[in-house]
Design a protein around this ligand. Structure first.
Ligand code: UD2
Length: 314
């Protein structure tokens, strides 16, 4: 049986990934300290997953888990809030970088050779340079502890491949949306906040005029891409994952209203400090590997709404 480890597997993207891997017949181990994830995210697969509620910074514990010698390791555990990293740079560093390096080092020392070690990073590493679209070799400008740690962990991931022969890849997510994204912080993904407002008939605050663009991608396409990249024997280095299309926020909100059959009450406010105006992924590398997204933005929005509205089980 194929054995996979997903750290952060109770979180938004992690739980969607775990469920897909279970459906593929993989034997799953999940490590998540539930600081951001929730166990309920894995309710439908609870009896098919070995779940450890544990901090990835506990090196001894992680070593005992890694001794299971996995075929695939998906490293999604992170403190995913940029704002949190600015407030608590050292603590978030322990999670977002130290734990990753320790895992890679343990694999090296023990001579474990997973078919792939996949680290998940973020478009945050690109910072504010205006060049678009962002290619994996575009200039980076990590402006926050979160982005610094993500970038450094990417480099460690790739270097452990180049220097020590581990098969590794690093992924840069653009704006992911879909079921189980937590809407409860002002820095949660904007579409989870929109969903929450639509469901509760609450007013949504749109920062700026809505012309800012993002490369929004549905979580099911993200999960398919993660699995595709990890299983491709010729994948290496860094991959952007987005649709390679940019949409103005207000246009996406209009598309979502259509999917929901409901109007969003919008209040406009000053643009957020540090908000970037445009973001767009160049996904040439992903396409060259042979990946094709099969959901797309409109289908994704429709399915997300059906899930959120309780019409479809996930
Ligand atoms: C994404 C990441 C962030 C960081 C950044 C790097 C997410 C959730 N956030 O931020 O962690 O990596 O990229 O560039 O993936 N907005 C509103 N109202 C709200 C919330 C958001 O108008 O209640 C706007 C926000 O000002 C921004 C857009 O919606 O212009 C998207 O916001 P976001 O927080 O979902 O994502 P982003 O790209 O700013």
């Amino acid at each position: 049986m194929v054995k996979a480890l997903v750290t952060g597997g109770a979180g938004f993207i992690g739980s969607n990934l775990v469920i897909s891997l279970v459906e593929k017949g993989y034997q799953l181990t999940v490590v998540d300290d539930l600081s951001m994830g929730v166990k309920a995210n894995l309710a439908t697969v609870a009896d098919q997953v070995e779940f450890h509620e544990h901090d990835v910074c506990d090196h001894e514990f992680m070593h005992s888990i890694l001794d299971e010698d996995f075929d695939y390791i998906y490293y999604l555990a992170a403190i995913a809030s940029v704002a949190d990293s600015v407030e608590r740079p050292y603590e978030t560093h322990q999670v977002n970088q130290e734990s990753v390096v320790d895992t890679l080092e343990y694999l090296r020392v023990k001579g474990y050779q997973p078919k792939k070690f996949l680290f998940t990073s973020s478009a945050a590493v690109y910072g504010n340079y205006p060049e678009l679209p962002k290619r994996e070799d575009s200039r980076v400008q990590p402006l926050t502890p979160y982005a610094v740690d993500k970038y450094a962990s990417e480099r460690f991931t790739i270097d452990y491949g180049d220097l020590y022969g581990l098969s590794t890849v690093a992924i840069r997510f653009f704006n992911v949306f879909g079921p189980r994204q937590n809407p409860n912080s002002p820095y949660s993904g904007v579409l989870s906040i929109v969903t929450n407002c639509l469901l509760k008939d609450q007013q949504f605050t749109l920062y700026g005029d809505g012309s800012q663009t993002r490369d929004f991608i549905y979580v099911k396409d993200i999960v398919n891409a993660l699995i595709f990249i990890s299983e491709a024997t010729n994948s290496y280095g860094v991959y952007n994952i987005g649709y390679g299309k940019k949409h103005a926020l207000l246009d996406v909100i209009r598309m979502f209203e259509e999917a929901a059959g409901k109007k969003l009450k919008i209040q406009f406010a000053e643009a957020r400090n540090g908000d970037i105006q445009e973001s767009l992924a160049d996904i040439t590398r992903l396409k060259e590997l042979g990946f094709k997204a099969n959901w797309g933005l409109e289908n994704g929005l429709r399915e997300y709404w059906e899930y959120a509205d309780g019409k479809s089980k996930w």
